[in-house]
Design a protein around this ligand. Structure first.
Ligand code: NIG
Length: 410
């Protein structure tokens, strides 16, 4: 008899992240893979035959846990230079906003990123990406936003695509031309916004290098009106939008994003009730970024209880960037999401699987379910809550991407 599946995992507990049970758990489960997709998931006792007849390769999980491959849905992992000096300044009392207004912050990373070659950007991001991959991350979002001129933004987006070609990870790109006003446009912000709408967005759309358009709506960045203009242009060009909103103040960015059917509104420490209601009505995902909250020693916290009550999907991400979140671990975000934001460990894990997939508009991953991509992570843990429990360390024992083992038991 010819095997029906390419491979079959047995002796494994599954956190499917479906909603029938906590973590969608199936104890003593089995998972069959065919052509890079999950072909069968269920209790081993219900397999439709003997494992060695069902699949060409039978993999013993050794009683470990399996989850969907992790998804980091908000990163700025591509950049030149670093900003540890700003960290020292903040410890001496300067605020993130003060540093930004004094010409440091995002704008200082722009100079280093413009000066870097595409190959240098890829090499730097690869170094930072490797710890994420070792932790079971199989999909990552990468933003531009440190180029702030067309050529440098396209260089960043090309470098991001290159990461996905070189490494075993799916890369989703976001064009973030509206991250900050570049030095050469200081005092001429409306002209920079006009440039984004007239030249940059159409060129980015033509290039096919961006999967979405992002912006930073904030006192130190772009106003609500400017963000609306950028979103109108992006939407007319057929690009989905998302927004850095309500990070430092409540400008109504999340409600604006929801009005444009945004995939997500991210940060949200200062989100008010109207924003929560608008996001719930639009199905916009709340992407929470505890690494930035921790690193900037923020005292305001996103309104998790209100988001939960309103049924807003909540995702968690690393926000890896040189200014507000020099974070190299998505697992650490699970811990911080629970401790700082009071998510449950199950919500935290859903935030980097099911909900993160939704934040990226990806319906083909984020769960262990038949028909979805076989992107999987296998863990040396007692139970799924342990992923949010340990601080540091890496219990990831194996990773499968698109049906292929890319990290195997040592
Ligand atoms: O998501 N808030 C804006 N953008 C980044 C920070 C980028 C930087 O400081 O370089 C963030 O936190």
């Amino acid at each position: 008899m010819t095997a029906i599946w390419d491979s079959l995992w047995v002796d494994i507990d599954l956190a499917t992240m479906q909603t029938h049970a906590p973590y969608g758990a199936i104890h003593d489960g089995a998972l069959g893979i065919k052509d890079g997709r999950i072909a069968w998931v269920g209790p081993r006792a219900q397999l439709p035959g003997a494992p060695d007849r069902l699949a060409d390769a039978v993999i013993e999980g050794g009683g470990r846990w399996m989850t969907p491959g992790l998804i980091d849905c908000h990163t700025h992992i591509l950049f030149g230079g670093e900003r540890s000096r700003e960290f020292e300044l903040r410890l001496e009392g300067a605020s993130y906003e003060e540093i930004a207004r004094a010409g440091g912050g995002i704008v200082s990373t722009v100079a280093a990123t413009r000066a870097a070659s595409e190959a240098e950007l890829v090499a730097g991001a690869t170094r930072r990406l490797k710890p994420f991959l070792a932790e079971g991350v199989t999909t990552i979002e990468v933003k531009s936003g440190y180029g702030l001129d067309l050529e440098s933004e396209l260089k960043m987006l090309r470098a991001a695509r290159r990461l996905g070609e070189m490494l075993p990870v799916s890369v989703r790109t976001s064009f973030l031309g509206a991250h900050a006003v570049p030095q050469e446009f200081q005092g001429r912000q409306p002209e920079y916004v006009a440039l984004i709408c007239r030249e940059m967005l159409p060129a980015v759309a033509r290039s096919g290098l961006a999967d979405a358009v992002d912006g930073f709506c904030e006192g130190i960045a772009f106003t609500l009106d400017e963000t609306a203009r950028i979103f109108e242009t992006a939407t007319a060009l057929g690009l989905r939008v998302k927004l850095h909103a309500e990070q430092l103040s409540d400008l109504g960015g999340a409600a604006l994003a929801a009005r444009f059917g945004a995939l997500s509104a991210d940060h949200l420490e200062c989100l008010g009730e109207d924003g929560v209601a608008a996001m719930a009505a639009a199905g916009t995902v709340a992407v929470l970024l505890p690494g930035a909250n921790y690193f900037l020693a923020e005292t305001r916290r996103p309104p998790v209880a209100a988001l939960r009550r309103a049924g807003v999907p909540i995702a968690l991400a690393s926000n890896c960037n040189p200014g507000s979140a020099p974070v190299l671990s998505l697992l650490l975000m699970l811990s911080m999401g629970c401790t700082l934001f009071r998510l449950t460990p199950e919500e935290a894990l859903a935030g980097v699987t099911r909900q993160a997939a939704r934040a990226l508009g990806l319906a083909d991953r984020g769960l262990l379910a038949p028909g979805l991509r076989a992107d999987l992570a296998v863990w040396d843990i007692e139970g799924p809550a342990a992923l949010a429990y340990w601080i540091g360390g890496n219990p990831c024992a194996a990773v499968v991407r698109n049906g292929t083992v890319v990290k195997s038991f040592s």
